[in-house]
Design a protein around this ligand. Sequence first.
Ligand code: HEM
Length: 437
Amino acid sequence: MWTSRMYMVASPELCSALQRAPSTLSLDPVISEITSRMVDLNPRTASILRDPSGGQDGGVSLYKQSHSILTPQTLTDGSDIQLGYLGQLVNDVKDGSEVELFRFVRKKICDASNRTFFGPKNPFEKYPDLLDSFWDWESGIIPIMVGFFPRITARKAYQGLMTCAKAFAEYIEVEGYREAHYFLQNRNSLHLQHGITDTIERGKLDVSMGLAINVNASITTFWLLSNVFSRPELLSRLRYEIRKNALLGPGLLSFECLRQSCPFLNSVYRETLRLYAPMGSPRWVAADTMLADTYLVRKGTLVQTASNALHQNRELWGPDVESFKPNRFLYSINGSKTNPDGSVPEDKAHALHPATFRSFGGGKHMCPGRHFAQCEIISLSAVLLLAFDMEAIDGTDWNPPPDTKRTPISVMRPLKELKVRLQRRKEFENIKWKLEL
Ligand code: HEM
């Protein structure tokens, strides 16, 4: 798969055709290959994951079965629990705290989402240092995937992986997953049904799920906050919108109101994703397939969206394609092409083709966690915007350069530290925050 030819799709119309393409183009073989490599599954587990027949004639593959338990609805069912934890975590922040913003945000999101999904017995709670091992692994995923003998060539990341896999194996042995979110309980049963019984292998599969649950949402929240707190005018406009439309009582913030009645906040969210999350949608071609009645893509190749090229296309987005424009998604959820003077047209006339925005992929495999992610990202951002003033300290700067080398598999991380001081705002000094759906 890694050495086969790859077609890159760089036009919205063709991305749309790719999304509608028949079952001959699928994400499943790509995910099973990526998962096998990034958590270094043993050959037996990897072959179970790769087996399109699910081990029997006319059977269904493990990945196909996973789709029925991993839906936007099942994942959204965790949102109210997640919001409860995030509210508590914000209340615990001490006035005047000095933190590195990326580590601070990712710790908040990871603590809440690991609790929400893996339950109260999750290994990250039992071993507080385990999160560092998780991020060691996450930073070295690409060397692990492409390297020969990754335990030697990507030593630190590999050690991080194995420390997490062992902790999850222990969690599985004491049946900690019985208190986990029901989709993880079902996923666990599915692994057993397909004959994956080794607890270290099952632990590695839980680590791979930790990637979806923890990583992209926390990085996106960091960029949203950094871009807003660095722009005082934008900050006060957002505070006004959130306060007026989503603050239902003292400290009570409603996600439904943030989603439905705060168009400016949602525009800022999507602009953040456009700039920092140009994610790819790779598809494996199982049989010769005609795309858009024009292009023949050959069996045994990969088709991939050139999402960075799409998100950075001047012809599509306008001359200020590289800048953060808070209102770019205000009049259309798909974004608008800006006028030559940089203003956003106040109607849908310049709205972009829906397949131009690639952050959650598209079609049948569109990210099932997108609603969950939107809920946690905009809710956590909104409460931090209202509750705190933040200033960059120790000579560090807002909006550090992003690491562009890791796309399209993950949201770009910041390349430099950003240290901030969090000061509770007088108006909300003694408020206990509560986030609800
Ligand atoms: C900002 C946050 C996130 C971004 C940018 C993101 C992006 C993506 C993208 C681009 C894909 C591939 C779609 C395609 O190929 O067309 C994907 C797949 C997936 N995402 Fe997300 N995601 C995010 C958050 C989440 C969360 C929070 C969860 C779980 C709670 C999640 C679970 C998944 C799963 C399970 C898949 C695989 C879907 C399949 O196999 O069909 N994602 N995500």
